[in-house]
Design a binder for this molecule. Structure first.
Ligand code: GRF
Length: 216
């Protein structure tokens, strides 16, 4: 399986994917990294991994549809058959998403369907919720929607700032995204309706409480 990664910024999730795929015998190969921003830090990281990069700036296109068409063409030309969105800050039109149905995955820094969209950590802190986390999911035309592959849950601490919470969540993003990509490359993810069936031995962890009374 060859995958294209779409980024707009620092590219730490992209880096986690590229590092995982560099392991011998990994079933996924990076075909291209595309950024809609010329100054995305992730482009240098991709080059350092020897992965072809391309900048396709949305500002150079008269409409979303024409921009999406250019993206689509570049991805097809790269030989990629799967797309990973990794901090890609442009909404993709339904036509694009439907062309790649069940072949685009995304990582989002919240426990979807809660906190779709931007500024997730800020909103989580404002709401005083006790847990947050991240989600890897197949992409559907609606923003941050689609069948969920993995979620990881982290506690929100009383003294958290946006940065400290983001860092705790990001640690899990970097574990979940490569794992999802590997399972996808191995053909072990099956989408049925809104549910993803994972044909691999995985453990189920039991409940969590936060904050938690101290043991007597
Ligand atoms: C991550 O938090 C990801 O979940 C969200 O955008 C951020 C991108 O960070 N979609 P990076 O560019 O992967 O470091």
């Amino acid at each position: 399986m060859r995958f294209a990664t779409l980024i707009s910024g620092r590219g730490s999730n992209m880096q986690a994917l590229l590092e995982a795929c560099a392991e011998p015998g990994h079933p996924a190969k990076p075909a291209i990294v595309i950024s809609n921003k010329a100054d995305a830090g992730g482009l240098e990281i991709a080059k350092a991994h020897g992965v072809p990069t391309k900048v396709i700036s949305h500002k150079d296109y008269p409409s979303r549809q024409v921009f999406d068409d250019a993206l689509h063409q570049a991805i097809v030309d790269s030989g990629a058959d799967v797309i990973c969105l990794a901090g890609f800050m442009r909404l993709l039109e339904a036509e694009f998403v439907n062309r790649w149905r069940d072949k685009i995955i995304n990582i989002h820094p919240s426990l979807l369907p809660a906190y779709r969209g931007l500024h997730t950590h800020q909103r989580v802190l404002e709401d005083g919720v006790r847990f947050s986390g991240c989600t890897v999911h197949f992409v559907r035309p609606e923003m941050d929607e689609g069948p969920i592959i993995f979620q990881a849950c982290v506690p929100v601490r009383a003294d958290d700032s946006e940065d400290s919470l983001a860092a705790r969540v990001l640690t899990w993003e970097h574990k979940l995204y490569p794992l999802a990509l590997r399972l996808m490359a191995e053909g072990k993810l099956r989408v049925e309706g809104n549910t993803v069936h994972i044909d691999a031995p995985l453990a189920l962890q039991d409940g969590l409480m936060n904050p938690c009374p101290l043991p007597a």
